[in-house]
Design a protein around this ligand. Structure first.
Ligand code: LHQ
Length: 270
């Protein structure tokens, strides 16, 4: 088990390798792990490294302290009366959009273990992950409308798909905090769990996924994500091509052999 970022200045993202599972912990607890530049750069680098690392077959993103992530660090963003307006589009192009795209494109499952409040881009970072587990005390807040912004980091795309347009409009326009259990009930997240069980449940899920046929999971992830933008016919064609690729994989051969031999399969992610 390797722990990086423990020497000198505390690293804004801790990276821990647990066999084939990589655990990324946002680490600015005094600021509820809100994003400054350093945390952005560190998380993006860690996500890219996990994507490229063939020994990594599942990723967990969580937060240290009592929050998951409070979105942009607004203390960096105070503009004096009459000061020059910032270009927030540049911020999205440089930081948030590449991060969200990297998570959605990563060819392995990404779990969000939401340990506390997830607000603004922090909520949408969690929703960009493939499986969201949240502690019962956690809540999700689309806080953007309180400061005159739109729900970025994919929020306007994800939310109507997850919870329907009517709820998405209410949650975003009114910035209503959604407790974890309600988030589960309305289909915004996978599951709410007891606070004390969050990390053990997330790690158990991550370890199970890290032993699964990784290539099949990656194809499943990408097919499900694209399903909303393709026609049924296009989707059937894409399923055929994915199945063609997977039919040639070692994990498929092992899965069928193991089934016929009535034993547990050993998948290698190949
Ligand atoms: C914070 C923050 C924070 C700094 C809590 N910044 N310090 C993209 C493009 C570019 C620019 C703009 O943004 C974006 C994307 C975005 O994410 S926009 C949305 C930004 N986020 C927010 O508006 C959320 C602001 N935070 C809150 O509404 C509350 O803090 C939440 C609901 C997250 C938690 O409430 P509480 O549990 O009551 O905690 P608290 O408010 O007391 O916060 C604890 C500390 O954390 C506090 O500092 P202090 O020194 O007083 O203890 C806060 O100031 C600090 N903090 N969020 N985003």
């Amino acid at each position: 088990m390797a722990q990086e970022g423990s020497a000198g200045e505390p690293s804004p993202v801790l990276v821990e390798h647990r066999g084939s599972l990589t655990l990324l912990t946002l680490n600015r607890p005094d600021k509820l792990n809100s994003f400054n530049e350093a945390q952005h750069r560190a998380l993006k680098a860690a996500v890219d490294a996990a994507a490229a690392d063939e020994t990594c077959r599942a990723v967990i993103i969580t937060g240290s302290g009592r929050g998951f992530c409070a979105g942009q660090d607004l203390s960096d963003r105070v503009r004096p009366e009459g000061g020059r307006a910032p270009d927030l589009g540049e911020t999205l192009d440089e930081y948030y959009n590449p991060l969200i795209r990297a998570i959605r494109a990563m060819p392995k499952p990404v779990i969000a273990a939401v340990n506390g409040v997830a607000a603004g881009a922090g909520a949408n970072l969690a929703l960009a992950c493939d499986l969201v587990l949240a502690a019962r005390s956690a809540k999700f807040v689309q806080a953007f409308s309180k400061i005159g912004l739109i729900p970025d980091s994919g929020g306007t795309w994800m939310l109507p798909r997850l919870v329907g347009e009517a709820r998405a409009k209410a949650l975003t326009m009114l910035a209503i905090p959604v407790p974890a259990e309600e988030a589960e009930r309305i289909g915004m997240i996978y599951r709410a769990v007891d606070d004390s069980a969050l990390m053990s449940e997330a790690i158990a899920l991550g370890e199970a996924l890290a032993k699964a046929p990784t290539r099949g999971l990656a194809e499943t992830k990408l097919l499900l994500q694209r399903a909303f933008t393709l026609s049924f016919d296009q989707q059937l064609d894409d399923e055929r091509e994915a199945q063609r690729r997977l039919g040639r994989s070692a994990d498929y051969a092992e899965g069928v052999r193991a089934f016929m031999e009535k034993r547990e399969a050993t998948f290698r992610g190949q």
